[in-house]
Design a binder for this molecule. Structure first.
Ligand code: ADP
Ligand code: MG
Length: 240
């Protein structure tokens, strides 16, 4: 579903992605972990072209990502992204937040968009919050709205960049539960997270990044039982 081949990315002189080769199969859940600054966010952002790449190739469902234009907007909508900060429109209701891109990007009618939005709000457990504004919701609820909004595009894959890092501990699980359900429903997912429970039990593969490189790419049971690199061992010893 997602394939990166020899992807390199620089910020000025800083080489942030180094020869990244990565393939995420349909329905696969990939968890990306690694120290701060290792390139995890940049990796996610290049997958839906929020950042350009300097060399290499990225395809989503076999289609190479174009550099710009209308085609890019459409392909970008095929890959949903959920960030640490929820990025909801503060002056719009929850319902309107989930409808907006459906109208603008997918060209749906208001009725279609509202029906789909209500269906998805129900799926993330927020059917009764549709008329509220983001500020009236808890952080966990806002993040679930952000997930519903991304799903409303009917994406082929979903990227999550530390979706629970800004949340109070008691709200983390309600967001992870929505993500676990998505995984069970067969969504292709790339998840950057420090939630090792999620990595262990929801991921098909764990990728460990360090210094812009993928240094391990293995099933979670193998990775957690015995990381093969010192760097990963050291990282795990600090967060577990
Ligand atoms: P992570 O998500 O693993 O913490 P990032 O992908 O955010 O890492 O960052 C990787 C490296 O790229 C870091 O050194 C960071 O400071 C740098 N970086 C990220 N975004 C930019 C940017 N827009 N301009 C310049 N440097 C950046
Ligand atoms: Mg990051």
């Amino acid at each position: 579903m997602i394939e990166l081949r020899e992807v390199n990315k620089y910020f000025g002189a800083l080489h942030v992605l180094r020869d990244i080769d990565l393939a995420v199969g349909r329905g696969e859940v990939l968890v990306v972990i690694g120290p701060s600054g290792s390139g995890k966010s940049t990796l996610c952002r290049t997958i839906n072209r929020l950042e350009s790449i300097d060399s290499g190739a990225i395809t989503v469902d076999g289609v190479p990502l174009p550099e710009e234009g209308k085609e890019l907007a459409r392909l970008r909508a095929d890959v949903g992204m959920v960030f640490q900060s929820f990025n909801l429109f503060a002056h719009k209701t929850v319902l309107a937040n989930v409808m907006l891109a459906q109208l603008k990007v997918r060209g749906r009618t208001k009725e279609e968009a509202e029906r789909r939005a209500r269906e998805l709000l129900d799926r993330v457990g927020l059917a009764d919050q549709a008329a509220k504004y983001p500020a009236q919701l808890s952080g966990g609820q806002q993040q679930r709205v952000a997930i519903a909004r991304a799903l409303a595009m009917d994406p082929k894959a979903m990227l999550f960049d530390e979706p629970t890092s800004a949340l109070d501990p008691e709200m983390i699980n309600e967001v992870l539960e929505v993500m676990r359900q998505l995984a069970r429903d067969g969504m292709t997912m790339v998840v950057v997270t420090h939630e090792m429970g999620f990595a262990r039990y929801a991921a098909n593969r764990v990728v460990f990044m360090d210094g812009g490189k993928i240094v391990e790419d293995r099933p979670p049971d193998e990775f957690f039982a015995a990381p093969s690199t010192e760097r990963a061992k050291d990282f795990l010893s600090k967060i577990l």
